[in-house]
Design a protein around this ligand. Sequence first.
Ligand SMILES: [Zn+2]
Length: 114
Amino acid sequence: MPHADTVVYCIGPDSPHAFDIVPLQPRNGALDAPCPICRGHGQWNTQIDLVSMRCMRAICDTCFGAGWIETGDDLIDLPDIILTPEGHPKWITRQVSSQRLAEQGPSAAPLIAS
Ligand SMILES: [Zn+2]
């Protein structure tokens, strides 16, 4: 049975319970600092049941879920999917500068990296 009266909705990372049971992300060796938005978690609860701890989460679009950000000029590894010549989807890693990501947003990453 769902416990409707125990479900908390979080508007964003500043909401109470936004980081309940959300683990801190381990540092990816290349990145410099914990993300100021998600405070190193990479994601937060948008909805959590305080009894069952079932939750729905949002991925941080500042650090793309890594929990860490690049503060210098190093390129950032960004996961993406391409179509192989055989027509199969394949995970790849693109390298994008943090400055261009900030200017154009993550949805533009495949375009600005090529
Ligand atoms: Zn973040």
